[in-house]
Design a protein around this ligand. Sequence first.
Ligand SMILES: Nc1ncnc2c1ncn2[C@@H]1O[C@H](COP(=O)(O)OP(=O)(O)O)[C@@H](O)[C@H]1O
Ligand SMILES: [Mg+2]
Length: 255
Amino acid sequence: MAETPIRIRTEKLSAMYGKFTAVKNVSLAFAANRVHALIGPSGCGKSTFLRTLNRMHEMIPGGWIVGQVTLDGQDVYAAGVSPVQLRRRVGMVFQKPTPFPTMSIFDNVAAGLVLDRTLSKADRAEVVERSLRRAALWDEVKDRLGSSAVGLSGGQQQRLCLARTIAPEPEVILLDEPTASLDPQGTQRIEELVFELKRDYTIIIVTHNMQQAARVSDTTSFFYIGDMVEHGPTRKIFTAPTEAQTEAYITGRFG
Ligand SMILES: Nc1ncnc2c1ncn2[C@@H]1O[C@H](COP(=O)(O)OP(=O)(O)O)[C@@H](O)[C@H]1O
Ligand SMILES: [Mg+2]
């Protein structure tokens, strides 16, 4: 794991909803081109933490932070940083597939690119194809790019959302329980894809499926009631955790 640059770092990061502190004082470093899992029981701040990384947290009523998040050394909360531009560099896929229901498959992927006015029609089509190929969906949809995205299966819709996220060439992809609503086959395809995509992207994935974290991730961080209890190489967290709380969680004593 040495030699890899740190892509995202949080420094004493806390995230609040009004007066309630959902994430407390988390300092973490995420190396580039790795898969990083965030695990822990429901309500422990995993999604909130994830949303602070691309400033989605501040979109939620009452949402504010203290501390720092840096992307490639740059403070993402600094004055002058555009949250919209930031979210193209740090893309996100949610638990339930969220294709735009009134749009075609093609337009769903192209939606990630609308700000890019310099792109010609042909270039746009090329980016859509490349993104769909990267998301392992091209072969299944290439003959019906003009039809509605809602005709796709749940697993296909989730890969479509991944393609949309990939289209603007992000550096980081945030995945919030991306397989929670999928069947085992759809889940396996997403897991294979996550493994594949880390060659090009840094991936941070929230999962409450511990087997999934063990299968796909290089590092794991265990969250418990707003605290980041332990962070380390996935193998170590699952075989020889340092903290008693981590051990109790991974051995299924609560959760
Ligand atoms: N929109 C919100 N407004 C107020 N509190 C929230 C909101 N979303 C989450 N919370 C609270 O923040 C805490 C962490 O939630 P969350 O980040 O969703 O946890 P997890 O993803 O680990 O299940 C919980 O106590 C939850 O009730
Ligand atoms: Mg969550």
